[in-house]
Design a protein around this ligand. Structure first.
Ligand SMILES: Cc1ncc(COP(=O)(O)O)c(C=O)c1O
Length: 368
């Protein structure tokens, strides 16, 4: 049996007719940039999140970058974030003129809210919590601290479309929520895409300017912007796919339950679950085990795809050489033990149970 990590062909086939119609509609409309498809999707996406405004942008990195650019940071100003994320989180801070400050992670592999205060300086402007794996960060602690220290919070929701913390959608706690629609995401385009959500009307206007050359009115440029527009084609496709996001998130939840039930009693294997108050959308299903490399090889031989999110913490990346000497012991240890199992909503129960059987077989073999 083959268990793929993602299955884009099945995903497309599941709504082929509607997607094709939406693409044809755009092609025939003669309007391809910042038209009705983008506005409609922005409105629907903001409504889905129970937020005020949605601003479509070109990708998740630039969603973060634009949200940060709106802070008008001065050189040397700092943004606190996690060392365990896609590199885009830290690249966005740099692109907006900020300096990333990495804080070690907690048992849920999120930036440890208890360690944030220790790195706040006079130069700190913002915190970027990343709702990694679809699992909400401790937004209660983070928002309380941000308020106390007058810091902006920009949530990286690239992996968490529809996740909740204490019943509230992630992306709506801070000043802005930044989303990616990269094809692997819970809501994925057929190409690149991203969005920012905010409930602040003035900020929404600023983000709209920043994504479009800083333009206020045609040929009138108020701020130094970039070109980061969601295009009509991707917006039309995303409107179709948004309709099945909840259903797909629920399927991911069911798969996560099957995994949890079957893997709970394996000694030396830990499932990364949800924190109190958090409702994950299970973008990834991550386990921790000291036997990680052996397990990954064993599963590969059984035709089960797995990945590691992420093998190198951001402060150890070559592109962030200046941080390479920094010691963040928790993340440095955890990256050796984590492995992501397949959890895309197009997998069957039979496939998931096969993964669980193979994992059990691996551990039984080890104890013989
Ligand atoms: C946590 C996180 N932040 C940001 C990004 C960047 O998104 P994009 O690839 O759309 O630029 C990603 C996706 O790779 C991500 O997973």
């Amino acid at each position: 049996m083959i268990v793929p990590f993602n299955d884009f062909k099945k995903e497309y086939a599941s709504s082929k007719k509607q997607i094709n119609e939406s693409m044809q509609g755009v092609a025939a409309s003669g309007w391809y940039i910042l038209g009705k498809e983008v506005s409609e999707f922005e409105e629907k996406f903001a409504k889905f999140l129970r937020s005020g405004y949605g601003i479509g942008v070109a990708n998740g990195l630039e969603a973060l970058q634009i949200a940060l650019l709106a802070l008008d940071m001065k050189p040397g100003e700092e943004v606190i974030t996690t060392p365990l994320s896609a590199v885009a989180t830290a690249l966005a801070i740099r692109a907006a003129g900020g300096k990333p400050v990495f804080v070690d992670i907690d048992e849920f592999l999120h930036l440890d809210a208890n360690k944030i205060e220790g790195v706040i300086t006079k130069r700190t402007r913002a915190i970027i919590p990343v709702h990694l794996f679809g699992n909400p960060c401790d937004m209660q602690k983070i928002m309380r601290l941000a308020k106390k220290r007058k810091l902006a919070v920009i949530e990286d929701c690239a992996q968490a479309h529809g996740a909740l913390f204490n019943g509230k959608m992630v992306g709506t706690f801070g000043m802005a929520g930044a989303f990616s629609f990269y094809p692997t995401k819970n809501l994925g385009a057929l190409g690149d895409g991203g969005a920012i959500v905010t409930s602040d009307q003035k900020l929404a206007g600023k983000y709209k300017m920043l994504r479009n050359y800083g333009q206020r009115n045609r040929y009138e440029h108020a701020v130094l912007g970039i070109n980061s527009r969601l295009d009509e084609l991707q917006a039309a496709i995303l409107s179709v796919k948004l309709k099945t996001l909840e259903k797909n998130n629920n399927r991911r939840r069911i798969i996560a339950e099957i995994y949890k039930k079957n893997l709970v009693n394996i000694p030396n294997l830990k499932v990364i679950g949800e924190r109190k108050g958090g409702q994950s959308v299970w973008h990834l299903f991550v386990i921790e085990t000291e036997e990680r490399d052996g397990l990954q090889k064993f599963l590969k031989n059984k035709k089960i795809d797995t990945l590691i999110h992420y093998p190198i913490p951001l402060h150890k990346q070559e592109c962030f050489k200046e941080y390479n000497g920094l010691s963040l012991p928790v993340v440095e240890q955890k990256v050796k033990n984590i492995i992501s199992l397949p959890i895309n909503p197009y997998l069957t129960d039979v496939q998931i149970k096969y993964v669980c059987r193979c994992i059990k077989e691996f551990y039984n073999l080890k104890t013989i």
